[in-house]
Unconditional design. Structure first.
Length: 111
């Protein structure tokens, strides 16, 4: 008594499903880990060896905070006033424009 066609088809389908999951979980772990502090390679390895539990571990790690490298530090009101005073002294702005900017800065919420 050998294996018949239904048994062979069932075995092929079972191995096909297992092989799909063997590929999906590592890729999922890699992608999820790349945006988290755990990292892409550990995410891949957790997805490969622990499957769904590994993905849960990857998602439990904190996300990487995006820091904008082009952001400028906030300027204080004194810095702003000093900048406009230099423009006034150099003649690039009039006294009325300076007073307008000064009133705007002092009345706004600059720190």
């Amino acid at each position: 008594m050998g294996l018949g066609a239904p048994e062979i088809i069932l075995i092929i389908v079972a191995f096909g499903i297992l092989s799909v999951f063997a590929v999906i979980f590592p890729i999922w772990g890699y992608k999820a880990g790349s945006v988290r502090k755990i990292g892409a390679v550990p995410g891949l390895l957790l997805g490969l060896f622990l499957n769904f539990i590994g993905i849960i571990i990857v998602y439990s790690s904190p996300k990487i905070e995006n820091i904008n490298p082009f952001s400028f530090p906030p300027q204080s009101s004194a810095d702003e006033l000093q900048k406009f005073k230099q423009l006034l002294d150099s003649g690039a702005m009039t006294e009325a424009e300076y007073n307008n900017q000064k009133a705007r800065i002092l009345n706004s919420g600059y720190k």
